[in-house]
Design a protein around this ligand. Structure first.
Ligand code: FAD
Length: 376
């Protein structure tokens, strides 16, 4: 008999298992995939750690979480500085003085601000009604047309003027020559990839892979006192109120007989013609010097039930649907729901760790301290 059956060997499940194990609890961790790590799993191809489910950069402002994750691995000091390719022209991201200099030839922050203000004014938008108007009202027309429109339309599969304005609440605009994408204090890539963190977290637990909870629900439920469920909440309830929708991705990965393909880990393609949104060259996350390289083209796709769910669509319809499932979840006595799929919410990795720590602390009541800044 186990204390916990943990459904999902991703970051949430593994953090929970590690902490429960540390406090003397026995955990059985299962995953329907044939590997641990969930979406942060790295596959070794020719000595390169390939981020199989999309590029992952760890970043946080939360010192407690940074210290916590550093007990499992060393981070390599990688700073995320993506670039954008718009019709063969390269621009720095996030939008900063390097971007503005390339776009307009401006040199000083004052000149850049004046240019943006002039474009915002000329657009004459006072009350943005959709994503296009919202973006223009925040950064003006040039940045919108070259660096936002095509990328966003590919990402969501719909014209920007048909997308709701709330998708873009703010846009990172920086009036310094600083290409560091994140504002967080701590950032990096784990040396040797992410899977190692999960391996260490799961050391004290029993792990069974290729096991789908729903195919052996009854037998599995008998093995443990409680269940920690990190899969899709609507699937848990057999979709009784309907299906929660997602946006999906298709990854096209190639091994290339070339030492350096694009000179940067992340290149966004912001024009509407290129069918993918970005190319990831994995070796650059770890300053690799292998003879070959691996690249992945990321194609956003429509999602259908059964496809890999990536981004929840938190519109009104799905939010309402999720609320119904959450009401059911809240009255379960022996099931704890956690992680991105059970909460139908996009979380960064540091937020997942914070939320798993809060969950396990609450559950085991030894340390009831709740990290107030879970969402930082
Ligand atoms: P998951 O990793 O999805 O784990 C859930 C696990 O449960 C899966 O392995 C699944 O197979 C398993 N499971 C589900 N149902 C069942 C079942 N019925 N039976 C058995 N097993 C089941 N975060 C960052 O901080 N930085 C980034 O740069 C970043 N980039 C991202 C890029 C992309 C494209 C995406 C989609 C996310 C990114 N994230 C990033 C977020 C990060 O991936 C998540 O925070 C994290 O992986 C969530 O962990 P989780 O354990 O909740 O979910």
């Amino acid at each position: 008999m186990y204390d916990y059956l943990i459904v999902g060997a991703g970051l949430f499940g593994a953090t929970f298992a590690y902490e429960a194990n540390k406090r003397g609890k026995k955990c059985l961790v299962i995953d329907r995939r044939n590997h641990i790590g969930g979406n942060i799993y790295c596959e070794d191809i020719e000595g390169i750690n390939v981020h199989k489910y999309g590029a992952h950069i760890f970043h946080t402002n939360n010192k407690e979480i940074w210290d916590y994750v550093n007990q499992f691995t060393e981070f390599n000091g990688y700073i995320n500085s993506p670039i954008a390719n718009y019709q063969g022209q390269i621009y720095n991201l996030p939008f900063n003085m390097n971007t503005f200099n390339k776009l307009w030839g401006v040199i000083t922050p004052q000149q850049a601000k004046e240019k943006i203000e002039e474009q915002k004014l000329n657009a004459g938008i006072t009350q943005p009604k959709n994503l296009e108007e919202q973006a223009i009202s925040l950064v003006g027309t040039d940045i919108y047309e070259k660096l936002i429109k095509g990328y966003t339309e590919k990402q969501w599969g719909r014209p920007a003027n048909e997308l709701p304005d709330f998708i873009i609440k703010r846009l990172p605009v920086r009036f310094t020559y600083d290409n560091n994408y994140f504002n967080d204090k701590f950032q990096g890539i784990p040396v040797g990839g992410y899977t190692r963190i999960i391996e260490k977290m799961l050391e004290g637990s029993e792990v069974k892979l290729g096991v789908d909870y729903f195919k052996e629900r009854e037998e599995l439920s008998k093995t443990s006192r409680k269940i920690v469920f990190t899969g899709m909440i609507d699937e848990f309830y057999n979709y009784e109120f309907g299906v929660l929708e997602y946006r999906s991705l298709r990854f096209e990965t190639e091994l290339i007989d070339n030492e350096n393909f694009q000179g940067n880990a992340v290149v966004n393609y912001t024009d509407p013609e290129t069918p993918y949104t970005r190319i990831i060259e994995h070796k650059h996350f770890e300053f690799g010097n292998q003879e070959k390289t691996v690249i992945t083209k990321e194609h956003p796709t429509e999602w259908e039930k059964g496809d890999e769910p990536y981004y929840p669509i938190n519109d009104q319809k799905n939010t309402e649907l999720f609320r119904k499932y959450k009401e059911l979840a809240e009255i379960e006595e022996n099931v704890i729901f956690g992680g991105r799929l059970a909460n139908y919410k996009y979380y960064d990795m540091h937020q997942i760790i914070a939320s798993a720590l809060n969950c396990v602390n609450k559950e085991l009541q030894k340390n009831n301290k709740v990290l107030q800044n879970e969402n930082q």
